[in-house]
Design a protein around this ligand. Structure first.
Ligand SMILES: Nc1nc2c(c(=O)[nH]1)N[C@H]1C(S)=C(S)[C@@H](COP(=O)(O)O)O[C@H]1N2
Ligand SMILES: [Mo]
Length: 199
């Protein structure tokens, strides 16, 4: 359900839904990072949309904040079996970023790239779902650096490793290509409701 709140669009959570199979619920927000967490100065921060797009687009932090903003409440499921329920995320809908860059007709997959070198791959149609967000706030505060601040991807329909932290690039591609964990044997699709943990 979509509710317009002035400049902010709010999508309400579905009611009565529990965690997916094989998950336990935690109130904490564990940090799951492979390697060091990059620290990015907002003046130097950039988001680049490249590959099969009509407009190769680079956003500065100011340009990114000037985009339409949305708030969503969604559960978050890590493949290591913890789920954190009802996270309030705020940020820019992935869809609106694509409205700027304009995917070419042959663009079907996206390689999401992060400061520090992390990558993850997703089909473009999954990222175009209404609740996919480039989030810069969590629970009403600026997103903590440990959790991907200043900006991370949030893909509620997939396990947490698809929600890349410290995102700086979206590369649109015709062919699929495995990202960091996908190359190491994690499932390409990563749907927690189907327990798509490993490939
Ligand atoms: N850049 C980057 N993004 C990442 C990761 C990472 O190691 N590096 N870990 C992933 C994994 S496995 C999960 S479960 C979530 C965890 O997010 P959190 O640390 O905010 O809980 O981030 C994902 N995004
Ligand atoms: Mo994870």
């Amino acid at each position: 359900m979509l509710k317009k709140l002035g400049h902010t669009t709010k999508i309400q959570p579905k009611e009565g839904i529990k965690a997916p199979p094989g998950q336990y619920v935690t109130e904490k927000f564990p940090e799951m990072t492979y390697g060091a967490s990059p620290r990015i100065d907002l003046k130097a921060w950039r988001l680049r949309v490249s590959g099969l797009v009509e407009q190769d687009t680079v956003f500065t932090w100011e340009e990114f904040l000037a985009m339409p903003q949305m708030a969503i409440t969604r559960d978050f499921h890590c493949v290591t079996q913890w789920s954190r329920m009802d996270n309030l995320w705020e940020g820019v809908p992935f869809r609106d970023v694509m409205q700027r860059a304009i995917p070419r007709p042959d663009a079907r997959y996206v390689m999401v790239r992060s400061y520090g070198g992390y990558t993850t791959n997703l089909p473009l149609d999954v990222l175009m779902e209404a609740d996919v967000l480039l989030a810069h706030r969590h629970e009403g505060a600026a997103l903590e650096q440990a959790h991907g601040g200043p900006m991370r991807l949030v893909v509620p329909s997939r396990y947490g490793w698809k929600s890349a932290k410290w995102v700086n690039g979206l590369e649109l591609m015709a062919q699929d290509k495995p990202g960091f964990w996908e190359q190491l044997g994690y499932h390409n699709n990563a749907d927690p409701w189907k327990e798509e943990r490993f490939g």
